[in-house]
Design a protein around this ligand. Structure first.
Ligand SMILES: *Cc1c(COP(=O)(O)O)cnc(C)c1O
Length: 452
């Protein structure tokens, strides 16, 4: 298995060709296949003697890959899609072939150096200080969890005591991963502050809660999480107002920009993020709107020393790794071993330059504005929330849950689009999340027409 033979050479070249074909051509949307049917088509693939490289490759190409939706399809508009640049996707192949251990400086200095320059660009966009830094983790979920663990440790350290229960301030539109991290993983309570008419958390609403809260409630809070681009609505919270309250109260200010943080690179919406420079920690997923392949979340701390205090793992065999002054990515999150998952993003950023990134994000925003105009001009659909970024949430007037489900299924069956139902204020609706620079206004127009 570990020798490079003629057969290995054939396999590696066949694989490389497949990769290049996939980079060159857009795969169709493809489909979701039930397990019985996949078993029928693929059979048992893991056997005592192996099925051989030709058969395994054939199965992937013709049976398994077509049973995975193409997230980078220009008409994949549900959830939050992804749209890796060619450079980033191509470099990911090399990362896989390179056996880089990116958990420590000792083992992966070159990779960590490059990743840190990519993190620096993001920290600069947010206006964070020179010392700011962090690590690329798997996704927003781990990024939020890691930041909140650091937050709790830092606040407890400053106060020198812990309340009976810890609490974090959120709102309804805060991403489910934050509530999950707090309640299920950290055993922390949440207080949900009502959002404004677009679901935005504001400094004013938090102040209102503070004015009625008991001393015990107030003192139990260690952090507030603001969202820079809510997942369902694409709305940016009142970062300046929230940051101000956090500072006054001695709370940690975490900004979840998993989806929307990319908008920092776009001049036309940059003002929406005013106040983010106060953040104690901030995340953005380059695998969402910054054109990196899965899985890649940038987690950045204003003061990485505080994160290190919370996350450094101690064990005798790790002593050679924990050298003072060396930047060990494993010190900044819930992880030890890690893939150099920031490298594909770094490579593409290095190749194309940061301006190309700003332009590409700006382009998706302009297609979103075109889509909004199409919705405004049509009678059968109605916009539900004024967009800040690149999400359009709207309803087809008169449709029930079943109508949306039938339509959504038909669109995928016909390989025309991947558009699913969503909910807003208890009502069924749908949405377009536009992060792919190849998505056009014509794509959106055709999908809207399909709802007549
Ligand atoms: C997607 C998303 C997350 C979760 O990120 P993953 O990368 O899926 O783990 C968290 N917060 C927001 C606002 C998101 O959009």
């Amino acid at each position: 298995m570990h020798l490079y033979t003629d057969a290995t050479d054939r396999m590696a070249r066949a694989l490389a060709d497949l990769c290049i074909d996939r980079l060159r051509m857009q795969a169709p949307l493809d489909e979701t296949v039930p397990p019985e049917e996949l078993l029928d088509r693929a059979g048992l693939t893991v056997t005592e003697t192996g099925i051989g490289q030709d058969e395994a490759l054939r199965l992937w190409e013709h049976v398994l890959a077509p049973a995975c939706l193409s997230i980078d399809h220009p008409r994949y508009l549900s959830f939050i899609p992804g749209a890796p640049s060619k450079a980033a996707a191509a470099f990911d192949m090399l990362v896989g072939a390179s056996s880089v251990y990116a958990g420590s400086w000792l083992e992966g200095s070159g990779a960590v150096f490059a990743e840190n320059q990519a993190l620096r660009w993001i920290a600069d966009l947010a206006g964070l200080p020179e010392e700011a830094g962090g690590v690329f983790v798997q996704g927003g979920t781990i990024g939020n969890l890691s930041a909140l663990v650091a937050a709790r440790a830092a606040v407890q350290h400053v106060r020198g005591s812990r309340p009976e229960r810890w609490t974090v301030v959120l709102t309804d539109e805060t991403h489910s991963s934050v509530k999950h991290a707090l309640e299920s993983v950290m055993d922390v309570d949440v207080v949900l502050i009502p959002g404004d008419e677009r679901g935005r958390l504001t400094g004013g609403a938090i102040r209102e809660w503070l004015s009625t809260a008991t001393d015990v409630q107030r003192e139990s809070v260690f952090a507030v999480v603001a969202t820079a681009g809510t997942t369902n609505l694409g709305v940016v919270d009142d970062l300046a107002g929230i940051g101000e309250v956090a500072q006054e109260q001695g709370w940690w200010f975490h900004v979840d920009g998993a989806y929307g943080g990319a908008g920092l690179a776009a001049p036309s919406v940059r003002h929406l993020y005013d106040g983010i420079e106060r953040a104690d920690s901030f995340i953005v997923d380059p695998h969402k709107w910054l054109f990196a392949p899965f899985d890649c979340c940038a987690l950045i701390y204003r003061d990485p020393v505080l994160a290190r205090a919370a996350h450094t793992q101690k064990a005798g065999y790790l002593d050679p790794v924990t050298v003072e002054g060396e930047w060990n990515p494993s010190d900044f999150a819930i992880q030890l071993t890690r893939r150099a998952r920031g490298l594909p993003f770094w490579f593409s950023l290095a190749v194309h330059g940061t301006k190309a990134y700003g332009d590409a994000v700006e382009h998706t925003l302009s297609v979103t504005r075109d889509g909004r105009a199409l919705i405004d001009a049509a009678d059968h659909v109605r916009l539900l929330v004024e967009p800040d970024l690149s999400v359009l949430i709207f309803e087809r007037v008169g449709w029930s849950d079943a109508d949306y489900a039938t339509w959504s299924r038909r669109m995928l069956d016909e390989q025309r689009a991947f558009v699913t139902a969503s909910r807003h204020q208890g009502k069924v609706c749908t949405r377009f999340a536009i992060v792919n620079p190849l998505t056009t206004a014509d794509d959106l127009a055709e999908i809207l027409d399909s709802m007549r």
